[in-house]
Design a protein around this ligand. Structure first.
Ligand SMILES: Cc1cc2nc3c(=O)[nH]c(=O)nc-3n(C[C@H](O)[C@H](O)[C@H](O)COP(=O)(O)OP(=O)(O)OC[C@H]3O[C@@H](n4cnc5c(N)ncnc54)[C@H](O)[C@@H]3O)c2cc1C
Length: 721
């Protein structure tokens, strides 16, 4: 019998820096049974900054240097929370987040790097730090495009003449030269010379900068950053339409407001990487300082510390023995010089040229490949005898998260066909989105229930999506959400972890239901094999609720959300989806649809929400119930980023073939039409004359709406053109 190991300890990794990325890889290969892993990072990817200058110079694509934390977390069985830690309560073992509720830990580790933001007047408005990569890359690309189109002058100021600042200055100058622009790039350094390197390397770097026309101003202090210049202390201003901060490693400000032991904002650690005076905490990489072995802020140390961190985190969780880390004194510096050339330095020996660039690229790509090459998720193997059909079922894809592991429509309708028609005050029973009761006062009450098997390891986000998914039926009927009752299965875990998990679920459920105008009024919880969260929800409506029937010949179909979430989640489970696509899809799935529902309800003849049967299946329901045909317009149907490529590559959710068989569409063959959705968009049939004003009204409220097709007289045929 399969034994399920209960969770007893929470491990929280704060920041997706280099060391944590490597710990995630190692953890996935050999997870510690009983430890529940959470990672908190502001974005779905973390940059490998060593390749940043090469990206800016145009030698790499942005995806080459993005560490995909979503994939790594899937591999490690970890939940990823996209947020920032802003404080820590060491007495209560909790980290505080900017946007979400606090997260409790038994063991936590910090690998949050440093900030490249500079404390100067005007920097926040007109400057950008070399980190975080996303922001810097966006602003650099905007500037680059504007310069190419002659809209901005190619003047760049880099504040900070360390290795990073000089590398970036050369990379930007190289990129601008490459498009035929003669740039004016200035590196401004407060010290007497560019820092972080020995004399020979400095000379090579200055020669390379000179060749690219990069000016280096040493012994110079910046006072202020303006829209088109930087103001210097006692010198003429420097023209700058783009100003980058690379001013040496500054610790994140929030650390100084905590009780963590620190020096200049860097967290003090012992030789075992444990935070001084707190056996539950670790810190590593740029954010940490080991006072008896202070080293420069370089990624190489975060990388080298990773195996020791992994070992010591496990020791802290299982009562084992911690190892000591002895950081090397000398390390290989490979500095890119703008073009495909680099200078290398170790033990005072210096080498320069294209070969050094190839060597650097080889090392950088090798590092990234370690984090990209993750083993494939294998179906469970069962040895010995099995009943007929077991092997075939296990050989298929693992139980898919794309459709929330729903059962196909054909199977369901077969099971329900003998259920008696409801009577008395039940206006609507099986067949539409929800049951509808009519109360004695004439008001209607909509009742629906839905639950989701864990698509992701995050109970908070799962709860958000499950509430939205359940409320979809209430919104689709034009009712006002009223109450919700939770139905929760949590995996087996210690009482302490149960309390943490249920607190998180109820907090999120309350928040989302309240934001929708409803209340959480109860529920039921059990322990089981895996996290499953569901809600029974009710809504009220004074007039007859909208149904799938009632659409008219000539109505246009409006859809409020992209399709393709099933493909993305199925690919995510297989480790094939891009983390940023998964993150965007999950974020949209977790958004409530109150405003959309109110706007559509006023004008719609029929409405439903797109869920398990896929877009085609739900259009089919409207067509069947309203006696119409539908024509869908392929280019007008919104699709989640990444879903098209995955679908074309043959990825699909387990339920897709059953959906296709139930609601085949004529014309163009597109598997995405049958892709089951979780917390999908509202689909409304509206009079053509009203359609544009509805789209405008949705846009005014910050909601999206897409006219995706037309209904006409017929007998339930759907065609994609
Ligand atoms: C242009 C440039 C080039 C460089 N080139 C090299 C090089 O060639 N070789 C080298 O060794 N070093 C290089 N460095 C230095 C190197 O980038 C850093 O030393 C290295 O990234 C540090 O790694 P880390 O793991 O400490 O943190 P990081 O890689 O900085 O990762 C920190 C992560 O934590 C996240 N985070 C931040 N705050 C929070 C928070 N409050 N809550 C949750 N998450 C948070 C961040 O978003 C990020 O994902 C370069 C730096 C720059 C700027």
């Amino acid at each position: 019998m399969l034994k399920i190991v209960p969770f007893t300890r929470d491990l929280v990794l704060v920041g997706g820096g280099h060391a944590h990325a490597l710990v995630l890889k190692a953890w996935g290969m050999n997870p510690l049974p009983g430890a529940r892993l959470t990672v908190i990072n502001p974005g779905p990817t973390a940059p490998y900054t060593g390749m940043l200058p090469g990206y800016v110079a145009g030698h790499y694509a942005s995806s080459d240097l993005e560490i995909d934390l979503v994939r790594l977390c899937r591999h490690a069985g970890a939940r990823l929370i996209l947020d920032k830690v802003v404080n820590i309560n060491q007495l209560q073992n909790k980290v505080m987040l900017a946007e979400r509720n606090p997260v409790a830990y038994d063991i936590a580790s910090f690998d949050i790097g440093i900030t490249a933001k500079i404390d100067l007047p005007g920097f926040d408005e007109y400057g950008v730090g070399a980190k975080p990569l996303g922001l810097y890359a966006r602003q650099w690309n905007d500037f680059f495009e504007n310069v190419k189109q002659g809209k901005l002058s190619p003047n760049v100021a880099v504040i900070g003449g360390g290795v990073a600042g000089c590398e970036l200055a050369m990379a930007m100058a190289y990129a601008l030269h490459a498009v035929g622009v003669t740039p004016k790039v200035t590196v401004i350094e407060v010290g007497m010379q560019i820092s972080g390197v020995g004399g020979k390397v400095r000379k090579k770097m200055l020669m390379a900068m000179n060749a690219l026309g990069v000016v280096v101003k040493t012994d110079t202090r910046v006072l202020k950053v303006c829209i088109d210049k930087v103001i210097l202390d006692g010198q003429d201003p420097i023209a700058a339409s783009f100003c980058v901060g690379a001013g040496g490693g500054k610790a994140h400000k929030w650390i100084s407001q905590t009780n963590l032991p620190q020096k200049n904002g860097f967290i003090k650690i012992n030789a075992d990487l444990g935070v001084v005076g707190d056996s539950a905490l670790f810190a590593v990489g740029d954010c940490a300082i080991m006072e008896n072995a202070v080293r420069p802020k370089a990624g190489v140390f975060a990388v080298r510390a990773a195996p020791i961190l992994h070992q010591n985190i496990r020791a802290a969780l299982n009562g084992g023995i911690r190892k000591k880390w002895r950081p090397q004194k000398n390390f290989l510096k490979l500095i890119s010089l703008g073009g495909q050339s680099a200078v290398a330095e170790k033990f005072g020996v210096t080498l320069t040229g294209p070969f050094m660039w190839r060597w650097k690229t080889h090392i950088d790509r090798k590092f990234m490949n370690r984090l990209v090459d993750l083993p494939k998720m294998l179906s469970p193997k069962i040895s010995g005898e099995t009943a007929i059909g077991v092997a075939e079922m296990l050989q298929a894809n693992p139980l898919c998260g794309g459709c929330g592991s729903k059962v196909g429509r054909g199977i369901l309708s077969g099971a329900l066909k003998n259920v008696k028609k409801p009577s008395n005050n039940v206006v609507m029973g099986i067949g539409d989105d929800a049951a509808v009761l009519r109360h004695s006062g004439g008001e209607f009450q909509v009742i629906s229930t839905d639950h989701l098997r864990s698509l992701i390891h995050d109970p908070g986000l799962m709860t958000r999506i499950a509430v939205v998914h359940s409320l979809g039926d209430v919104w689709a009927m034009g009712a006002q959400p009223q109450v919700g009752l939770a139905s929760i299965i949590v995996p087996q875990m210690s009482e302490k972890l149960q309390a943490r998990t249920l607190l998180e679920i109820t907090q999120v459920a309350t928040e989302v239901l309240n934001a929708s105008g409803a209340q959480l009024v109860g529920g039921h919880t059990t322990m089981g094999a895996e996290l499953t969260i569901g809600f029974t929800v009710t809504g009220t409506k004074k007039s007859t609720p909208l149904t799938v029937a009632g659409a008219k010949d000539g109505d246009l179909l409006i859809l409020t959300r992209p399709i393709g979430s099933g493909v993305i989640l199925a690919a995510d489970m297989l480790g094939q989806a891009k983390g940023c696509d998964v993150a965007v899809a999950l974020e949209i799935m977790g958004q409530i649809q109150n405003r959309e529902a109110v706007i559509l309800t006023k004008k719609a003849h029929a409405m439903t929400d797109v869920t398990g049967f896929g877009l085609a299946g739900h259009v089919q329901e409207i067509c069947n119930a309203s006696g119409l045909d539908a024509e869908l317009w392929k280019d007008s149907i919104p699709i989640f980023n990444g879903a098209r490529a995955l679908s074309d590559a043959g990825v699909s959710s387990t339920l897709m073939p059953a959906n296709r068989a139930d609601s085949p569409v004529e014309g163009i063959d597109d598997a995405l039409l049958y892709d089951p959705q979780t917390a999908g968009g509202l689909l409304a049939a509206v009079p053509e004359s009203q359609s544009e004003s509805i789209i405008k009204a949705l846009a005014e409220k910050g909601c999206s709406g897409h006219i995706i097709g037309k209904l006409k007289r017929g007998a339930g045929l759907i065609r994609l053109s």
